[in-house]
Design a protein around this ligand. Structure first.
Ligand SMILES: [Zn+2]
Length: 225
């Protein structure tokens, strides 16, 4: 069976990119962390500031200065996976997909989720940590600056979708992208198949025609070739 899957994947390389917060996990890491350390009001103020996405990521990381690596690990551990995410990943793997996370959260969290689901790639922001404590500085991969994407967020999903597709030798038309907010629009519009999973804002609802309104990730497979 394994041999068959490997052969199928060699013939038809495909790639699936998932957003993390609200798409693979039932919540948002930044909110879980902020709730726990009474920073929710400050996080919301940043988010309401109207600053570009990457500037908000930088300002929010600064609020978490002094927390420990374990605080982040515990926060991500406390958030359950979306219903049927394991089965969805297994089914996609069986169809020959390389699968990963492209998230504007943190590598500490996205890496843990990727490990739980045994995924192939991760792109996210890297919190700088010194002596086990978050410094408040964050390394942001960006990417929109290189391809002229409109998103201006800390991890341009379209740039990273193209990057991973290239890395795994997958034509862009054989890619699947799944996300739930406006930050996912650039990736969803670029992918061969782009799906909005339980869309959270009107921007993504208006920009994407393939929508899964139920909280069941298996429904995404309806759109996957
Ligand atoms: Zn972008």
């Amino acid at each position: 069976m394994l041999l068959f899957f490997q052969r199928a994947s060699a013939l038809l390389p495909k790639l699936a990119a998932f957003d993390m917060d609200g798409t693979l996990i039932q919540g948002r890491l930044v909110f879980a962390l902020a709730d726990q350390f009474n920073l929710s009001d400050k996080v919301r103020t940043v988010q309401a500031s109207g600053a570009a996405g990457y500037e908000q990521t930088s300002a929010i990381a600064a609020l978490f200065a002094g927390l420990t690596r374990k605080d982040v690990e515990d926060a991500i551990e406390s958030i359950p996976l979306i219903k049927n995410s394991d089965q969805t990943i297994a089914a996609l793997r069986g169809m020959g997909y390389k699968i990963g996370i492209i998230s504007d959260s943190y590598t500490l969290a996205a890496g843990a989720v990727a490990e739980r689901l045994q995924l192939d790639f991760v792109a996210a922001n890297e919190l700088q940590i010194e002596n086990g404590r978050i410094t408040g500085r964050v390394d942001m991969p960006l990417g929109w600056d290189r391809i002229g994407c409109f998103c201006k967020i800390s991890v341009c999903k379209r740039y990273h979708l193209e990057k991973f597709a290239d890395q795994f030798g997958v034509p862009i038309e054989n890619t699947l992208a799944v996300g739930d907010t406006k930050s996912d629009i650039c990736m969803i519009q670029r992918a061969g198949v782009g799906v909005a999973f339980m869309p959270k804002d009107s921007e993504i609802r208006n920009a994407v025609d393939k929508i899964v309104p139920e909280c069941d990730l298996l429904e995404v497979l309806e759109f996957a070739a």
